[in-house]
Design a protein around this ligand. Structure first.
Ligand code: SAH
Length: 494
């Protein structure tokens, strides 16, 4: 934690260093740096100009955000409270982008990233910040979004719920297969390039998943199974997907192929079973097209169980290879615990779970409610939700396929009035008709689960005007080392 007394000192330091740096620039008129120094208005800053910026906070993509002559400056790799000498790399109407030239004042939260491919992979954005610093930055992102969109200065923000061990938490890897210099690699394409970065030793991935991926790579090489080549459109194996059940330690392995037939599939199954006893399913999914979707429509189980069994709290799940599931089960349990606290159910309530996915939140709440109704856009997820209810022995939850912004207003029109509404929308937030229907239906409690603080704060503004007030905001760190921020807001009627 930063100590209170540090702040004013840092602000003074910032002023002093900006002045010094700019003074120096002024003595070198005509230089690129001079362009930054002489004009008073930020509009005249040119690419290449040298500026000094004190970083105020972390932005949504993990970049440092500061100001230069009232213009926002985004600097990759810069940390809050650091003073950065930077070179302007892009000048836009409302903001500047700059690169670090020198860190004049370092943050105590700066650290060496653990992952060797951190800089090129792009999967994590915050490994250069200590975990404590990451948690502070995420709280600040939530606070800043509410300050900007709701104008609320006094936000009842609870301390973020982090992980005791913020590594090795991801239960699923979905890696592209390819060849680099004759060797099989599994990883992700580096941003804007065709080079595949091998990330089979990923530090946020469950260690068993890393082991499975690396062993599968060896077996593919031994059996000489052809790997798909994106450019030539030859070969077979496109993607390797491995998912572990937190509850049982069992693993579901899926090879996504560009052809109907996986060559040598019998020996592949045999070798995987010998080498990796935790694998309970070996499946093949066929994706022949050129679309950017990972999975194709057809899945064949080559060996083992149809579905992977997983448990969260008292809820059971049976996951087919394509089924969506939360990526960090440990934190998901904490998240749903917070939702349960916010819903404060006594057993007599009608709960609507809008954007319910495979029904997880609704099923978690069902034992404490009279009735749960889930709404979900994707038919396959709705069927999974019903199946999850069945195997968990829950008979007071029903799931409806459709748009939340259509179904809820319809229900309200027919006199179906929920006592508690839970929404968990995608990054774009809730549609206005849904928010209006909620305001009309007047549920006592509204629990908003969000993965995007900006749309969360915007939607809360509508709800504040509609007669709700914010009881508390609880951020939860679902994805340590990345810039993602999840938050739950409890809204109650005035
Ligand atoms: N609550 C779930 C998943 C939330 S993800 C869980 O905790 O696991 C958001 C879900 O909203 C996705 O499943 C997506 O398919 C669905 N969705 C997106 N737009 C929607 C809409 N307009 N109406 C209903 N569901 C929608």
């Amino acid at each position: 934690m930063m100590q209170e007394g540090q702040k004013p000192r840092q602000q003074q330091e910032k002023k002093r260093s900006v002045k010094d740096w700019n003074k120096r620039d002024r003595r070198r008129p005509g230089s690129a740096a001079g362009a930054a120094a002489s004009p008073a208005s930020a509009e005249e800053i040119k690419v290449g100009a040298r500026i000094v910026v004190t970083i105020k906070r972390i932005g949504i993509n993990g970049e440092g955000v500061g100001y230069f002559k009232r213009k926002a400056v985004f600097i990759d790799g810069a940390l809050p409270n650091e003073v950065i000498k930077a070179r302007v790399s892009k000048v836009e109407k409302g903001f500047l982008t700059a690169e670090i030239v020198e860190i004049e004042k370092r943050s105590p939260h700066r650290q060496q990233p653990q992952c060797p491919v951190y800089a090129v992979c792009g999967g994590c954005q915050l490994q250069h910040i200590t975990y404590e610093g990451q948690l502070e930055a995420k709280e600040e992102l939530v606070r800043e979004a509410f300050r900007r969109y709701t104008g609320l200065e006094e936000l009842p923000l609870r301390p973020i719920i982090g992980m005791a061990e913020p590594w090795g938490y991801r239960n699923k890897a979905q890696l592209q297969a390819g060849r680099e210099g004759g060797k099989i690699v599994t990883g992700l394409y580096a941003a804007g390039s065709h080079s595949l970065i091998d990330i089979s030793g990923c530090t946020v991935q469950h260690p068993v998943i890393n082991r499975v991926i690396s062993e599968v790579k060896t077996i593919l090489a031994e059996l000489d199974i052809p790997i798909y080549n994106e450019r030539a459109r030859t070969g077979v194996v496109r993607t390797v997907v491995a998912r572990i059940s937190e509850a049982s330690g069992q693993v579901q392995l899926t090879l996504i192929t560009a052809a109907d037939k996986l060559p040598d599939s019998r020996r592949f199954v045999q070798r995987v079973r010998e080498a990796l006893p935790m694998v309970v399913t070996i499946a093949q999914n066929i994706h022949k097209g050129q679309s950017s979707l990972i999975f194709g429509d057809k899945t064949i189980v080559l060996w083992g169980k149809e579905r992977l069994e997983e448990t969260l709290g008292n809820i059971r799940f049976a996951l087919s290879p394509r089924a969506f599931f939360q990526l960090n089960p440990q934190q998901t349990v904490k998240l749903y615990g917070v939702v349960e606290e916010a819903a404060a159910l006594s057993g007599s309530e009608l709960v609507v779970d809008a954007y319910c996915g495979t029904g997880t939140i609704g099923l978690w709440l069902a034992p404490h409610a009279r009735e749960v109704r889930g709404i979900e856009l994707i038919g396959e997820a709705v069927r999974d939700a019903r199946e999850n209810a069945r195997i968990s022995g829950i008979d007071n939850a029903s799931f409806y396929e459709g748009r939340a912004e259509q179904l809820l207003p319809e229900w309200v029109g027919r006199g179906i009035k929920p006592d508690v509404v839970v929404v968990d929308p995608p990054r774009t937030g809730c549609e206005q008709p849904l928010l209006q229907a909620i305001v009309r239906a007047k549920p006592r409690r509204l629990v908003y689960v969000s993965c995007n603080p900006s749309t969360l704060a915007k939607d809360c503004t509508t709800l504040l005007h509609g007669g709700y007030h914010i009881e508390w905001v609880q951020p939860v760190d679902m994805f340590p080392q990345t810039g993602h921020v999840e938050a739950i807001v409890l809204l109650r009627r005035q």
